[in-house]
Design a protein around this ligand. Structure first.
Ligand SMILES: [Zn+2]
Length: 283
């Protein structure tokens, strides 16, 4: 896998990869987002090969580093995945990775850790990675693969460079849905900290704010219908909120969508989300 052809990578990510590789400025901590885990792993393998290859036009595909990367046996490229039948990397595996990252590379000048399914890392494990993601040893690169960035702590998100390699609409829809559900969860618990946390991924992305609000309205409308005895209420909002509160939430989302259409500043949008929702539920 010595090129990214055929993987259908959005041009934005592709040109960023090319630029970083050519100039030797690939970020030490990155988060690669997409819906397809296999594709994420292929992208990560390509980037790892490019990072350990020392020739021009890396990955050159010819040098010993490239050949070992291609066969997946390079000692300086580690894939960190949950062991046995567990579904996420646990604290022991995380600590092991951190310790290992302080050991100099074996054969290449650099060392790469690919962390798969980062969206499944629990809060403790994500917290345990913060320091190393912030200040990795000079020769170390962490590539986190993630299908749902809204599952990542904001403190992790602020320490990694994010590259979106998914089919653009598909990934966006998934992300918007995840954020909408996190917002609903925070509203049901009336937990403002969670609400703020849920909106962090919306920072600087007006399109995503709009999509998230559209998704949110979909859930609210389903709950409204459920209150009238039609259809299912997947979020349970029908039993938590009164009809009036649900209507307020719905019009709050409408206001945010029209603010997006008026090109309101993204920071303002986030503030608007918290304010409108607090008002809607009488908080
Ligand atoms: Zn090479």
């Amino acid at each position: 896998m010595m090129n990214l052809n055929g993987l259908n990578i959005p041009s934005l990510a592709l040109s960023a990869f090319e630029r970083h590789i050519a100039s030797g400025t690939f970020p030490h901590s990155s988060l690669i987002v997409g819906a397809d885990e296999e594709k994420l792993l292929e992208v990560a393998r390509f980037l790892s090969a490019a990072l350990v290859c020392e020739n021009d036009g890396a990955p050159c595909g010819q040098c010993p580093n490239c050949l070992k990367s291609e066969k997946n046996v390079h000692p300086d490229i580690r894939t960190v995945s949950p062991r046995e039948k567990r579904k996420s990397v646990n604290m022991d595996e995380c600590r092991e990775m951190v310790m290992d990252s302080y050991v100099l590379p074996n054969e290449a000048q650099r060392k790469v850790y690919i962390v798969t399914s980062a969206q499944t890392l629990d809060e403790k494990v994500q917290n345990a990675m913060l320091k190393i993601l912030e200040e990795p040893p000079q020769y170390v690169y962490f590539i986190l693969l993630c299908t749902n960035p809204s599952a990542m702590l904001s403190t992790v998100m602020s320490r990694v460079s994010v590259f979106n390699v998914g089919n653009e609409t598909e990934t966006e829809d998934e992300t918007a849905r995840g954020i909408a559900l996190n917002i609903i969860d925070a509203l049901m618990k009336i937990n403002e900290i969670d609400l703020i946390r849920a909106t962090v991924p919306l920072d600087r992305d007006r399109q995503l704010v709009k999509k998230t609000m559209e998704c949110f309205k979909g859930f609210v409308n389903a709950s409204l219908r459920a209150r009238q005895g039609f259809g299912e209420d997947s979020t349970d909002m029908a039993s938590r909120f009164t009809g009036e509160e649900l209507m307020n939430l719905n019009s709050g989302a409408d206001e945010i969508i029209s603010a997006c259409d008026r090109n309101a500043n993204e920071k303002l949008l986030i503030t608007l989300i918290s304010a409108l929702f607090r008002r809607a539920i009488g908080g």
